[in-house]
Design a protein around this ligand. Structure first.
Ligand code: ADP
Ligand code: MG
Ligand code: MG
Ligand code: MG
Length: 405
């Protein structure tokens, strides 16, 4: 990362939003700057500014602006070009998986702003899971989302040349480097980002020092770096999902958002991100003595997988070039995605209890419960990594994981 942390473009503030909207033809129609009822900055992530704009009578909108540094650590520069990758992936994902991501309204490459649908009537899934709430159907919706992206942006959906052109346009090297470092490297070496409770030191050493774990993590890192299968989300944890339960007035809705990490990578990485975060949510529930919620959460893994499989298989007959890519290829592909998902799930769960960027599932637990939850997460991560691919029935796999948490 070689970006100058002094911004060469104007950073938005609440007060500047009406003027900004007036300057954008695509936006002033959607949110009349003279009729704004509220503008709030709601960013809670690590990286960006997010403004929710409400108007009298209108649908409102959301502005997301990339800073040239990490929001939570301004001494850490990151290219604001990530906003361009977010906008591009939002467009593509809206096309192949409509209704499963926010609609995109505008892209401003000069100010690194993307404007999108306001989903304030949804809530971030992680918080809902932490509270023990059950959003039925969300896990399956996300499996369908991953499948539609996996098919629609792949060789299968685009054909050979379409896929190659898309790969070339979507490499997103700076954000990939963050994942390579934070997910696949730092938890497995001595690193200043790692923060380990004394009572968990042996657990971390047993996990990260296990030769089988290290071999599997290395293989997963290599897959992440080289398997350009589809334009994956790249950061599909439960904090990158908005959910809305069905009510009398409105149907259930599930949206994957925060797609700035999107790049051409292995499809199993997205499934695994969900699985790893289900493990974290289940570990929390068990630490708090809520076995009912833990077993419901662990059951989500099978729901996500079944929906992924079914949706992908339903799209399969429409592949751009079926020559040679017969049905045996489909089975092999699904098995490959499954193995990648197990490894990625482990990597995504483990990094949240060893390295940089923690999750409320674990961090808000009292210390004794946190120690036990982290111990369980690391045992579960080891099983996922070392035996996951050989246990191809997710209900069986996640049942075994539950015993380790
Ligand atoms: P970051 O990349 O910094 O993590 P996110 O895209 O995750 O930013 O957005 C941060 C927060 O802003 C989300 O957790 C959510 O609460 C809110 N948010 C983001 N996009 C929307 C949206 N389209 N509608 C409503 N709220 C949103
Ligand atoms: Mg986020
Ligand atoms: Mg984030
Ligand atoms: Mg983000």
């Amino acid at each position: 990362a070689t970006v100058d942390a002094a911004a060469s473009y104007e950073i938005l503030t609440v007060g500047a939003v009406p003027g900004y909207l007036a300057s954008r033809p695509a936006l002033r129609r959607l949110a009349d700057p003279a009729a704004l009822t509220s503008v709030r900055e709601v960013g809670d992530g690590n990286l960006n500014l997010v403004f929710v704009v409400e108007t009298a009578g209108g649908r409102g909108l959301v502005l997301k602006q990339s800073l040239p540094y990490v929001r939570v650590d301004p001494t850490w520069p990151i290219t604001p070009e990530r906003n361009r990758y977010e906008a591009a992936a939002l467009r593509v994902h809206n096309a192949v998986a409509p209704g499963l991501v926010p609609e995109i309204y505008d892209e401003d490459p000069a100010r690194h702003v993307v404007a999108m649908e306001d989903l304030s009537d949804h809530r971030v899934w992680r918080g809902a899971l932490n509270e023990g709430l059950r959003h039925e159907g969300a896990a399956g919706d996300l499996g369908r989302y991953v499948a539609r992206v996996a098919f629609g942006t792949s060789v299968f959906g685009l054909g050979a040349k379409g896929h190659k052109a898309a790969v070339a346009a979507s490499v997103n090297p700076d954000l990939c480097e963050i994942t390579e470092d934070l997910v696949f490297t730092e938890p497995y070496i001595r690193h200043e980002h790692n923060r380990i409770l004394p009572a968990n030191e042996d657990d971390v050493a047993a996990y990260a020092g296990d030769p089988d774990v290290r071999a599997a993590i290395g293989a997963a890192k290599l897959a992440f770096m080289t398997h350009a299968e589809a334009l994956i989300h790249g950061d599909l944890h439960t904090g990158s999902v908005l959910v809305r339960a069905e009510t009398a007035g409105a149907p259930r809705s599930t949206r994957a958002f925060d797609v700035e990490f999107a790049f051409y990578g292995p499809v199993g990485f997205d499934i695994g991100a969900l699985w790893g975060n289900y493990v974290l949510a289940a570990a929390r529930a068990l630490a708090l003595g809520d076995e009912g919620h833990a077993s419901w959460v662990l059951g989500l893994a099978a729901q996500t997988w079944a929906a992924f499989r079914e949706e992908f298989a339903a799209l399969w007959p429409g592949r751009a070039d079926p020559r040679v890519f017969g049905d045996g290829v489909l089975e092999g592909y699904l098995a490959k995605v499954y193995g990648d998902a197990a490894a990625a799930g482990a990597a995504k769960a483990a990094r949240r209890v060893i390295g940089f960027s923690r999750v409320t599932d674990i961090e808000t637990l009292p210390e004794d419960e946190r120690v036990r939850a982290i111990r369980g997460v690391l045992r579960a991560a080891r099983l996922l990594l070392v035996e996951g691919a050989a246990l191809p029935e997710p209900a069986v796999l996640f049942d075994r994981l539950g015993d380790l948490l």
